[in-house]
Design a protein around this ligand. Structure first.
Ligand code: AMP
Length: 499
C-alpha cells in the first residue's frame, strides 16, 4: 500500500550515501543518515502511542531533527503541526487545544515550564534534541510506512492571525505532492541542485516549497538555522538556488559582498511570501545579472502562480498561474468573474488547494464558491500577458469617501520617490471620509518633506488615493516571513485623524 508523500519525498533517501543536509559547522548529513533518523523518530512516535491521524505539535528551533520529525509524521500517518517559535505560551495553549494534539515537542529546557499546560490538556511533552531523540535512538533504523490515501491529512498549518482566530489549514498528501511536483518541474530542480535554505521551517515557504521541492528532486540543501548575512554570503558560492522572502534580497543588496562573483555558481533566485519591490528586482539584476523569479501562494493553497523559468520574469508581477491551477478574478461582492485587466478577488482551484479549516466547517464553507473555487482574500488582476498582479489583501483595501483605494498602487508610487525606502499605505478612521489614506514611510535621514511627496504624487495618482497624512518610522513592522504588519499599523495610527 502506498503513502503518497512518503513515497515521493522520503523513500528515495533510503540507502543514498550522498549529502542531503550541509550544516553550518561544515558537517553534512547523508540522505541515508536522515532516513535512518526518520525511521527512528517514527519508532519513537509509536512508543509514545501516536497513531495515524493524531496531531503532533512541534515548536522548536530549526534543525535536522525537526525535518526528520516531519518525515516521521508522514511515515506514521500522524499530522504534523509546526508552530512559529515566536508564539507565546497563551498562543501555544490555543493551538494545542484547538488541534486536540496528542504530543508536543519543544526545545530542551522548556518541558518543565510547559508541564502544567500539558497536564491540563492531557498531552505529552518531549524535547526534540534530548528526551525524544533518546527514546528514538533505541528504535530500528528502517521503517515500513503506514498506508495513506491521497486525501489523508499530512499537516495542519495555522494561518497567521491573532489567537483565537487563527485557523488550521488541513493539508493532504495530494496537496503537497502535486505542488512539489509542479514546482520542481517548473523551476527545473534536479539532483545537481544545492538549495540555500535560510527560511524557517514552521511555515509553508520554508517547509513545503523549499524542503519538498529539494527532497522530491534529489537536491541537497545548505540548511542554515536562520538568515544570517555572514553565513549566507559564505554559502552562496556553493549554492545553485535560493528561496527567500524579499527582505533576504534587500539585506543582501545592502551588503558590499554581494557581487556577480559571489553568485557565480547560482542558477536561480526565487522570492515569495510578500511583495518584492520592482526596485529590488531591478537592483538585483543590475548587481548580479540574475532576474529574481517571484512566485505567489499562501498557506491554504501552497503555490499558485510563478514567473517563468524561461521567458520574462516581470517585476511587480507574480507570473501566470501554475499549470495545474485554475485562477480567476471576480467581483468580491457577487463572485461574478471579471474581464482580464480588471481588479478583483483572486479565486483558485486545483489539487494544491487545502481540504478546509480544521473543525471549522462554516468558515470553510464561507471561503469556497459553490463551484469549488477558494476565495483567497487577495485582490489582484490578470494583465494582458496573462501574468497576475497582486494589489494586496482584501482586508487592507481602503474605502475613502466611498472610493476604493488599492494600497499597492499608492505604495508603488511612493517607493519611487527620492528618500523613501519603502512605504505602507493604510486606511484609518476619519471623521469626514469614513476612512482616510495614511502613508507610513521608512525613509532616509533627513526624511522627505510631506509637502514635496504630496506634490509629486499629484501627478501619479488620483486625488482620492493621495494620502491625507504621512508618518515616518525607522522600520516598517514585519513578521518573520517579511510581511508588513498592516493590522498593527492600523491599530497604532487609528486615532491619527481623530478630532
Ligand atoms: P501565508 O499564508 O503566510 O503564506 O501568506 C500568504 C499571503 O502572502 C498571500 O495571501 C499574499 O497576500 C501574500 N503573498 C505571498 N506571496 C506574495 C507575493 N509574491 N507578492 C505579494 N504578496 C504575496
Amino acid at each position: 500500500m502506498a503513502n503518497p508523500l512518503y513515497d515521493a519525498l522520503f523513500a528515495p533517501l533510503q540507502g543514498r550515501d550522498t549529502p542531503l543536509l550541509h550544516l553550518p559547522d561544515g558537517e553534512a548529513l547523508s540522505a541515508r543518515a536522515v532516513h535512518e533518523m526518520i525511521a527512528q523518530f517514527a519508532g519513537g512516535l509509536g512508543v509514545l502511542g501516536v497513531a495515524p491521524g493524531d496531531r503532533v505539535v512541534v515548536q522548536a528551533a530549526k534543525s535536522p531533527q525537526m525535518l526528520a520529525l516531519y518525515g516521521a509524521c508522514v511515515a506514521t500517518g500522524a499530522v504534523l503541526l509546526p508552530l512559529n517559535t515566536a508564539y507565546t505560551e497563551a498562543e501555544l495553549d490555543y493551538f494545542l487545544s484547538d488541534s486536540g494534539a496528542r504530543l508536543l515537542l519543544v526545545d530542551p529546557g522548556r518541558e518543565a515550564a510547559l508541564a502544567p499546560l500539558a497536564a491540563r490538556l492531557g498531552l505529552r511533552v518531549e524535547t526534540l534534541g534530548n528526551s525524544f531523540d533518546a527514546l528514538a535512538r533505541e528504535r530500528p533504523t528502517t521503517l515500513t510506512p503506514v498506508p495513506r490515501a491521497e486525501d489523508d491529512l499530512a499537516a495542519l498549518l495555522y494561518t497567521s492571525g491573532t489567537t483565537g482566530r487563527s485557523k488550521g489549514a488541513m493539508m493532504t498528501h495530494r496537496n503537497l505532492v502535486s505542488n512539489a511536483r509542479t514546482l520542481a518541474r517548473l523551476w527545473r530542480f534536479d539532483a545537481r541542485d544545492v538549495l540555500l535554505h535560510a527560511l524557517p521551517i514552521f511555515h509553508t515557504h520554508g517547509l513545503f516549497v523549499a524542503c519538498n521541492v529539494a527532497l522530491l528532486s534529489g537536491a541537497s540543501v545548505i540548511f542554515l538555522p536562520r538568515f544570517d548575512l555572514d553565513q549566507v554570503c559564505a554559502c552562496l558560492p556553493r549554492a545553485t538556488t535560493m528561496m527567500g522572502v524579499p527582505t533576504f534580497y534587500t539585506r543582501l543588496l545592502a551588503d558590499p559582498r554581494l557581487t556577480r562573483d559571489l553568485v557565480g555558481h547560482m542558477r536561480l533566485f526565487i522570492s515569495g511570501s510578500a511583495p518584492l519591490l520592482s526596485e529590488t528586482h531591478r537592483d538585483w539584476q543590475a548587481r548580479t545579472g540574475h532576474a529574481i523569479l517571484e512566485r505567489y501562494g499562501m498557506t491554504e493553497t501552497n503555490m499558485l502562480t510563478s514567473n517563468p523559468y524561461d521567458g520574462p520574469r516581470r517585476p511587480g508581477t507574480v507570473g501566470p498561474p501554475l499549470p495545474d491551477v485554475a485562477l480567476r478574478i471576480t467581483d468580491p461582492e457577487t463572485g461574478t468573474p471579471l474581464p482580464r485587466g480588471e481588479t478583483g478577488m483572486i479565486e483558485v482551484k486545483g489539487p494544491n488547494v487545502f481540504a478546509g479549516y480544521w473543525q471549522m466547517p462554516d468558515k470553510t464553507a464561507a471561503e469556497f464558491r459553490a463551484d469549488g473555487y477558494f476565495i483567497t482574500g487577495d485582490l489582484g488582476l490578470i494583465d494582458a500577458e496573462g501574468y497576475v498582479q497582486i494589489v494586496g489583501r482584501a482586508k487592507d483595501l481602503i474605502i475613502s469617501g466611498g472610493f476604493n483605494v488599492y494600497p499597492r498602487e499608492v505604495e508603488a508610487a511612493l517607493d519611487e520617490m527620492p528618500g523613501v525606502r519603502e512605504s505602507a499605505v493604510i486606511g484609518v478612521p476619519h471623521p469626514d471620509y469614513g476612512e482616510a489614506v495614511l502613508a507610513v514611510l521608512a525613509a532616509d535621514d533627513p526624511p522627505p518633506e510631506p509637502d514635496a511627496l504630496a506634490q509629486a504624487l499629484r501627478a501619479r495618482v488620483a486625488g482620492y488615493k493621495q494620502p491625507k497624512g504621512y508618518v515616518v518610522v525607522a522600520e516598517l513592522p514585519r513578521n518573520t516571513m517579511g510581511k508588513v504588519q498592516k493590522a498593527a499599523l492600523r491599530e497604532a495610527y487609528r486615532s491619527y485623524f481623530a478630532g
